[in-house]
Design a binder for this molecule. Structure first.
Ligand code: EPU
Length: 363
């Protein structure tokens, strides 16, 4: 069954300019929607009901449909479907990039929650705005980026975050969350805890630099890659973006070719004594010092030591170049991937007494 709903879109001062006018959009509520094109793991699953959200009016329509629960989907790049999704799944496609403030060497840029993250990074780099180039090629949407405080190569979303706007799906009221209210942590925010599934993020405002960019080459791989790419002297934001794209494409599988969700697990943060214990049997075990006598141990290393790297189990497996990534070699179902993740958790627990936690949302 399809319910047709007509809404009118009004945009101002936004990118891309083609959208910068009134236009008619037909929002459709579809039943039994196949989700294969909407998840980077490439898994078969259905949503009982599905609706594309392009405006706040569409959110109102979804709320008024009476179908519950309301769930939100961004780029489908951090989600493992293990069964039919019940309720109404809202696909956030709210677009627009707008410079809302400009002073000294800073700009505040408001971006629609449904914009593709990497496209936004490329737009920023092309237009000379710095701060997010280290987070090039991260899959997913802008609206999902604060939920797990995405991060890569020495930079986290919270470093450039100003505020976000979100609609409460119970009341259809708009709320603004500043940085403090988002309670960001490592791959964590309020939206993964008590505000989980309560809000649809319509807009995120970022603080970027227009000149005097802070170039961050602290992550070892970046300086090495700049050398490989023969980029000498002070790198530009474009150089950094190029280097990150180079690293990610060589280490992480392209979801268009092999289904995956990037890192499947979080890197565990533990008391330093745990690493000391591990180093008694594995003297070269890596670990990054954190405040309060804690360390972060790369989960990829722990998984590799347990013999999983490059291993194939049925149609699923652990990626050969980065053990933190689980892949769908084709035809896998969500249950199989979940089972593999549980087997990995079990063996890391047995060998190192460390409890790995998934970073990916398992539905
Ligand atoms: N390592 C291994 N074997 C592996 C993978 C990693 O031994 O198979 C060890 C090595 O010691 C290596 C260290 O882990 O030096 C770090 O590896 P890498 O630089 O690949 O980073 P990561 O800690 O495995 C994290 C993020 C990635 C992000 C990179 C770079 C998490 C869960 N993952 O991975 O994020 O791109 O750092 O900043 O924090 C993602 O979230 O999807 C993602 C790819």
């Amino acid at each position: 069954m399809k319910i047709m709903v007509c809404t009118t879109l009004v945009y101002s001062k936004i990118y891309p300019p083609a959208l910068n006018k009134h236009r008619q959009i037909v929002t459709t509520l579809e039943k039994n929607k196949a989700l294969l094109p909407f998840n980077t793991f490439g898994l078969m699953a259905d949503a009982q009901a599905f609706m594309v959200i392009q405006t706040t009016k569409d959110i109102k329509t979804a709320i008024q449909s009476g179908i519950r629960p309301l769930r939100i989907l961004g780029g489908g790049s951090n989600i493992l479907f293990t069964k039919t999704v019940d309720g109404l799944l809202l696909k956030n496609e709210i677009s627009g990039i707008e410079i809302v403030r400009r002073w000294n060497n800073k700009v505040h840029i408001a971006v629609g929650g449904g914009e593709n993250w990497h496209k936004f990074v490329l737009w920023a780099v092309e237009n000379g705005y710095g701060g997010i180039e280290n987070m090039s090629l991260i899959p997913g949407t802008v609206g999902a980026s604060p939920i797990q405080n995405i991060g890569a190569y020495g930079v986290e979303l919270k470093d450039v975050f100003v505020r976000l706007e979100a609609i409460d799906l119970a009341t259809n009221k708009k709320y603004v969350f500043n940085k403090k209210q988002c309670e960001f942590g490592y791959r964590d925010s309020i939206f993964k805890r008590h505000a989980k599934d309560k809000y649809l993020i319509t807009k995120v405002v970022f603080s970027l630099t227009s000149t005097q960019h802070k170039i961050n080459t602290s992550y070892g791989d970046i300086s090495k890659t700049l050398e490989t790419l023969q980029i000498t002297g002070t790198p530009t934001i474009k150089d950094i973006s190029k280097a990150v794209i180079h690293i990610r494409s060589s280490k992480l599988p392209d979801p268009a070719k092999i289904g995956n969700c990037g890192s499947f697990f979080k890197n565990p943060e533990l008391p330093s004594s745990v690493l000391e214990q591990i180093r008694q049997t594995h003297p070269t075990a890596p670990g990054y010092t954190l405040p309060n006598d804690r360390v972060k141990i790369p989960a990829g290393w722990l998984i590799e030591q347990c013999g999983w790297k490059g291993k194939r189990v049925g149609n699923t497996g652990c990626y050969e170049k980065q053990a933190l990534v689980l892949v769908n070699h084709g035809g896998a179902n969500g249950q199989e991937v979940k089972q593999l993740s549980q087997d990995i958790i079990k063996s890391v627990k047995e060998q190192f007494n460390v409890a790995l936690e998934p970073e990916v949302n398992i539905w």
